[in-house]
Design a protein around this ligand. Structure first.
Ligand code: 5RP
Length: 273
């Protein structure tokens, strides 16, 4: 692996503890304006200081993120489908490598759809993106998207992660499942987890992060369970404490509760001005 590739990877996964907190805000690329992310700038700005990296599309990056930031950017490079379209798996690469370089991104991200109608196309997209990234030292994060008809078990997710790594992904994002350690064991590159749909209680999302790390994940690429929380800043801080400070779920949740009170007071103070 060349110096540039290693350097960029070290911006995503902290080389000291091999862990990462990636903040996912790319959902609009097929979901449109989503609760908690209707105005991307408003969602992203307060959370940025606590994210190791930001996963975003080029459109939101250009319009809603200041170019002055130091947070490394993971660029969502696949798309071309929508929640009301025919088949979400029918994605293409929607960004060029030149654009990624101009945007100074540290990683490219793309979804693969194992077992779907467009499985082959999505894997071909991955191989092309890896080739482009390898040429310029930019790593690729493969996202194992799961269709409604697929079961999120270790057999399926293990298959998807391994295929992504075999094709050349440098990091893989997947979902947590029972026997997750088998998914990690079978995947020769770092595995990080998505949070998935907003869980009812923050403690459930913290438990998910804790369990995934315990079972070998290198970190989280979390979106909705952070920015759809009643207290997003407190939530990302609590997730950080699990990933980077080895907090247990109870400690992280106590931190969440304590910071939530402060966050509410600050919001009240702004409103009363
Ligand atoms: C969408 C994505 C999201 O970035 C990913 O699902 C993480 O977000 P969340 O924690 O909300 O699931 O890749 O395709």
């Amino acid at each position: 692996m060349d110096w540039g590739m290693k350097n960029r990877l070290s911006k995503i996964i902290n080389p000291e503890n091999r862990r990462c907190v990636m903040l996912a805000v790319d959902h609009g690329y097929f979901l449109g304006p989503t609760d908690g992310l209707r105005v991307p700038r408003r969602t992203i700005r307060p959370l940025l200081p606590y994210a190791d990296s930001l996963m975003v599309t080029r459109g939101v990056l250009r319009t809603s993120v200041s170019p002055d930031i130091n947070t490394p950017i993971v660029l969502r490079a696949s798309g071309g489908t929508s929640i009301i379209g025919e088949d979400l798996s029918n994605e293409s690469i929607v960004t060029s490598i030149e654009e990624a370089i101009k945007l100074n991104v540290v990683c490219l991200a793309l979804s693969i759809f194992i077992g779907s109608k467009y499985e082959h196309q999505s894997l071909h997209n991955l191989s092309r993106l890896v080739d482009m990234g390898e040429k310029y030292g930019i790593p690729v994060l493969a996202v194992t998207a799961v269709g409604k008809e697929m079961s999120r078990d270790s057999r399926y997710l293990g298959l998807a992660c391994r295929i992504a790594a075999e094709i050349g992904a440098h990091v893989v994002k997947t979902y947590y499942c029972q026997n997750f350690e088998e998914v990690v064991e079978g995947c020769p590159v770092p595995v990080i987890i998505a949070g998935g749909k907003k869980l009812t209680h923050e403690s459930e999302a913290l438990q998910l992060a804790y369990d995934a790390l315990h079972d070998g994940a290198s970190g989280v690429d979390m979106g909705r369970n952070i920015w759809q929380s009643s207290h997003p800043v407190s939530m990302i801080k609590a997730v950080r404490s699990i990933v980077h400070s080895n907090a247990n779920v109870q400690e992280a949740h106590e931190e969440f509760m304590k910071n939530s009170l402060i966050e509410t007071r600050k919001e009240d103070a702004i409103e009363s001005k």
